[in-house]
Design a protein around this ligand. Structure first.
Ligand code: GLC
Length: 738
């Protein structure tokens, strides 16, 4: 027994003797199992007791799935990562799986899972409670399926609507994205498993992600993508941060000392551990000294397992101090102790049934809160419960709803109702979730028929014979590639145009990865963005279309008219299986921190739809807008919101601020207010100080300059309903948990 443990054991025995009967203390030979000790102390104790081999074992995970290198590791629950048990230390095996929308592998009960709608839908809810509930749901399923780590928390900013992974993220604004993802991470970890935030940092395009350098001024990076991570980490306290594949200003994220050590660990005080992305490690000593703590599945995805032989040699030679190796292990162990997976190991047998039906309702509610009504001419929506014939057209709406592709794709617990769609191989398979809009629309509406939409003429004929036509359109997107353009594929524009010619009452429901071009927009009555709707999506869409609930989502992204409005109108080598070579560098200095609505303001252009925009079935009025400070001197906006319509609904009054001299507007706060018809409520909206501040690189701190700030009450980033001024003294705010 190592000396440290013997001394502690003696102390514990003495204490027990003196104090009479005490609760069963930790086994004397494993003082780290004493739950009364803080996680940091427990981590110190266990690291002190470890052999070198145990340490080197813990700073890498193995690939938990079969590959050309090996089968599913002995004892693993198939998933992205696996760290074998260390019985001598009393450590159970750790199984890791993807991802941020739900559990992507069957787990110990061998079933599918429930998928949340796209992260963009949860962000569009503008409601951290929705994100938190979604996190608790997928975290519960992960634990119930035997996983201790859920590789969740995608919080890269949406800088381009064509990025293949936007559906995993939370939009273009760092304060909204960080707040939403932080709440999701908090919810996941309440289920006593570890969450991550990823991909650190500025992995904002998929094309060439493993090699390209994201080039951006460090201050602009801090005021955009890094601010989203900083807020998500402060709000969610993630156990781990996953470093990205790409380089940042020429240095790989996984060996970027400025990013991982100076910013994340020193300035932000991050206590968890940095894991690599799968295939994102390019060195042993350099990565370890830069701040990487665990190599993920290196035996399959890296040129070699850099943190084994190469790092052992570096430690033996003194190139890497032993203290750094201990720090790597200590961070991992601290997270495991802090989030309960050591004290309550995840089940190895399906002990408690996963509540899939209840979880599907959570997914439905998230979609209902995050679908965005973009157009509703002549109050075409909501559809009438009776006396109105409807034809549903296209997108397999008789079977289910589309999911995005890649490592985050969940196989629905109800199976995949539309199997075999290309690509069936990576980054496919293309998955649909077993929640058919048609089924639920038929329950809610009168006569509701279906046309597959494969023949525009037949669809037009069906539309002509119905009172209303509801056309579902899709655009699949996936990890590992970006779309070359913003167009809908597979002739769907022609389908919508043909239907619109046959019937003036047309509703289009989008199932896409974000903004797309809509050449038929002026010819249709209503458009709803349902994102990738998730496992409750069919029911949620039906309930929204029939007015069971009123749409309340607001766009978490600006909606460009076309690619010409973007900072980079073309993406070199974009597209699935593109042949040409990706760009070595992505110049993010074009927009810098002026992402999304700030880019449109800077370039004096109007998007098709603005960030924060969304319609509903009722109307809201604002009155008595004022801005002040609370008892602690923090700025707060106040406004009375009234539901002036005839149905219940939820509004999202937003607050944007502009620094003295009229610099860029930034979202500083918002509130989601649900009101019955005629009801009103006075809401207080705290302003996030970081929206008033600029990053001062010299001082290595955020600084609010003294002066008069413009504060705007708004319905979107371009639709203002009130203005006030706010006098601010100089201050140096820090990002903190709500
Ligand atoms: C992937 C993704 C990451 C995922 C990991 C494990 O390539 O970039 O988001 O968690 O590998 O599947």
């Amino acid at each position: 027994m190592p000396p440290v443990a013997r001394r502690t054991a003696l102390a514990v025995a003495l204490a027990a003797g003196l104090a009479g009967t005490v609760h069963a203390a930790a086994p004397t030979d494993r003082p780290w199992m004493d739950r009364s000790l803080p996680a940091d102390r427990r981590a110190e104790l266990i690291v002190a007791a470890m052999t070198d081999d145990e340490k080197f074992r813990l700073i890498r995970s193995d690939f938990g799935l079969a590959s050309d290198k090996h089968g599913v590791p002995e004892g693993a629950v198939s998933g992205a990562g696996y760290v074998p048990a260390l019985p001598r230390l009393g450590l159970a095996a750790i199984n890791e799986t993807d991802a941020g929308l739900g559990v992507n592998k069957p787990g110990i009960d061998g079933k599918g899972a429930i998928s949340l709608p796209a992260g963009l839908a949860t962000a569009a809810s503008f409601d951290p409670a929705v994100a938190h509930a979604g996190g608790r749901m997928i975290g519960g399923e992960a634990r119930g399926k035997g996983y201790a780590v859920l590789l969740s928390g995608g919080v890269n900013l949406v800088r381009d609507p064509r990025n293949g992974r936007n559906f995993e993220y939370a939009g273009e604004d760092p304060i909204l994205a960080g707040t939403i993802v932080g709440a999701a991470v908090k919810g996941i970890q309440e289920r006593k498993i570890l969450a991550t935030v990823k991909h650190f940092a500025i992995n904002d395009l998929e094309t060439g992600r493993n090699t390209h350098s994201a080039d951006i001024d460090p201050v602009a990076l801090r005021e955009s993508d890094l601010l989203a991570f900083q807020i998500a980490i402060a709000h969610g306290d993630p156990a781990s941060v996953m470093s990205a594949y790409n380089r940042i200003n020429g240095v790989y994220a996984g060996e970027n000392a400025w990013l991982l050590t100076d910013v994340l660990k020193k300035e932000w005080g991050f206590k968890g551990f940095v894991m690599s992305d799968w295939g994102g490690v390019h060195s042993g000593a350099k990565a370890a000294m830069a701040g990487l703590d665990q190599e993920s599945a290196g035996e399959v995805f890296d040129k070699e397992v850099y943190v084994d032989k190469p790092l052992r040699a570096a430690v033996a030679s003194g190139e890497v101090p032993k203290a750094r190796l201990d720090d790597m292990v200590r961070r991992i162990m601290r997270s495991l102790f802090a989030h309960g997976v050591i004290d309550e190991p995840t089940p190895v047998k399906p002990t408690v049934a996963v509540p899939y039906a209840a979880d599907r309702v959570v997914a439905r509610d998230a979609l209902e809160a995050g679908a965005v009504l973009l157009r509703n001419e002549g109050a075409l929506l909501p559809l009438a419960r009776k006396g109105q014939s409807v034809v549903v057209i296209g997108a397999h709406a008789d079977k289910g709803v589309l999911a995005g592709g890649g490592s985050s794709t969940v196989t629905d617990e109800g199976g995949d109702p539309v199997p075999g769609l290309e690509p069936t191989g990576w980054p496919g398979p293309v998955r649909y979730h077993a929640s058919a809009p048609l089924t639920y629309m038929q329950k809610l509406g009168g006569k509701v028929t279906f046309d597959p939409g494969t023949d525009p003429a037949a669809a037009a004929k069906a539309a002509a014979a119905a009172d209303v036509a509801v056309v579902f359109v899709t655009k699949w997107a996936a990890e590992s590639y970006d779309a070359p353009d913003m167009s809908l594929p597979d002739g769907q524009d022609a389908l919508v145009a043909a239907v619109a010619k046959a019937n003036r009452k047309v509703v289009v429901v989008l199932e896409t990865n974000g903004a797309v071009k809509m050449p038929w927009l002026g010819d249709v009555g209503a458009v709803m963005q349902a994102w990738y709707p998730g496992s409750g999506g069919g029911e949620g869409i039906a309930r929204l279309l029939y007015g069971e609930t009123s749409p309340s989502g607001r766009l978490p992204v600006s909606w460009p008219k076309d690619e010409a409005q973007l900072p980079r109108p073309t993406i070199q080598a974009a597209g699935l299986n593109a042949k040409d070579k990706p760009a070595d560098d992505i110049d993010y200095n074009i927009e810098g921190a002026d992402v999304g609505y700030r880019w449109f303001e800077k370039t004096k252009r109007d998007p098709l739809f603005a960030f924060g925009y969304g319609l509903t079935y009722t109307t809201f009025a604002y009155s008595d807008f004022a801005v002040g400070t609370d008892a602690a001197g923090h700025p707060v906006a106040h406004v009375t919101v009234k539901n002036t319509g005839r149905v219940a609904g939820a509004d999202v009054p937003q607050i944007y601020v502009a620094a003295p001299g009229g610099a860029m507007r930034r979202l500083a706060g918002w509130s989601k207010v649900s009101l019955k018809p005629g009801a009103s409520r006075r809401v207080d909206i705290p302003l996030e100080p970081m929206a008033l501040a600029r990053y001062d690189d010299a001082g290595k701190r955020w600084r609010v300059a003294p002066g008069t700030y413009k504060v705007k009450l708004a319905r979107s980033a371009t639709d203002f309903a009130g203005e006030a001024t706010l006098e601010m003294k100089e201050s140096f705010p820090v990002v903190k948990a709500p």
